[in-house]
Design a protein around this ligand. Sequence first.
Ligand code: 4AD
Length: 449
Amino acid sequence: GRMWTDVGELCDEMKGETVLIRGAAQAIRPTSKKIVFLVVRQSMSTVQCILVVTKDVISPQMVRFATSLTKESIVDVEGVISVPDKLITGATQQVEIQVRKLYCINRAVPNLPISIEDASRSETEFKKAEESGEQLVRVGQDTRLNNRGIDLCTPANQAIFRVKSVGVNEFRRFLLLKKFVEIFTPKVIAGSSEGGAEVFKLEYKGKPACLAQSPQLHKQMAICGGFGRVFEVGPVFRAENSYTHRHLCEFVGLDVEMEIKEHYHEVCDIVEELFVAIFNHLNNNCSKELEVINRQYPFQPIKYLPKRLTYDEGVQMLKQEAGVEIEPMGDLNTEAEKKLGKLVSDKYNTDFFILTKFPLRIRPFYTMPCEEIISRAQRIHDPEMLTKHAEQCGIDVKTISTYIDSFRYGAPPHGGFGAGLERVVMLFCGLNNIRKCSLFPRDPQRLTP
Ligand code: 4AD
């Protein structure tokens, strides 16, 4: 086959070489009947391509053909790399392709729902353009999501989903190294796994069922089943009624469950090491992605030297340093969480902290008294205590009887945690909306595309 070059790899050192690339014609800018500039995009990178009428190489017909291309048509470009004094199109690659051959592989329709150029601009660019009286189109979030297939083509989106992929792979690599086994639990289950009303109900061969709100019960049963340490990456369903920047109805759950040998801090240790490994790995391997995201959505990198605080210390800090009163043994609402995050960031210079010793009554039913962290906990392995808790939490114990029974057959002390992959990416990339981190988001108002 022919030799293909990635647009992102085009660089000065290739000056004079002939290359062949495939990409989308993001912009087509004729400057006369003899010259046309194309901006060709492949994933996160764009390159300026120029066709100039020259005897025996580029005919006027070829320039006309290039000029008549529609935006986003897929093209193959063969040409020679040169280094222009100045790029006129603002492409990411600092070199230019002097086109020799141009093929249109698939033509896009002339009126696209979104222009990728418009959809790739940062707020700063819009403001600058406005000041200079230029008319630019802002692409709103609903328009983007309604046309997600094409919206995904923006370099920032390309970068976000690469970060997500690299991050989840590091999650796997780290846990496998620590002797965890990857498991796959059912997503159609008989009863709710987290309690509460936020479940999608369905009918399963005439019986009531629901979509799993987490792999919680089954990952614990896997521990009872003798696996020692397990993890899962899989879809999680929440029939959330909250239409917010950080809630989805379907997201990717990162779940971990493990035997505890001596102390529940073993779980905290894994949480800290795991997330530090993921963040380090992203910083070391996704610098291009992070730069691309930063160009459209500027952000400050997170500081992730782990810090542990008890719930009481957190409540004290909120009271003394922000004047926020938390009712005795009460949960921290989003606002209080955010305030505490700011206080911890200022005082300990980190955005990564774990709150230990969370009061039991604000945690789900399977949580062991006293040993508690947000989305992380030691579990109850005593079946009678578990039954009592489930009842107190208003759970129909019949629907989870096999779960409770599994603790009668010899169950080691264990604990675990769960995080939403989209939340992790949103936080790490400083994005303002979780929908940006979901390929095809599902929220209370969106079931398509
Ligand atoms: O806090 P949650 O509900 O905890 C559990 O599911 C437990 N079974 C975990 C455990 O092992 N103790 O959800 C876990 C994480 C949250 O911390 C958050 O990152 C994410 O899942 N999450 C959501 N992400 C997006 N949209 C939603 N609606 C989310 N709800 C929770």
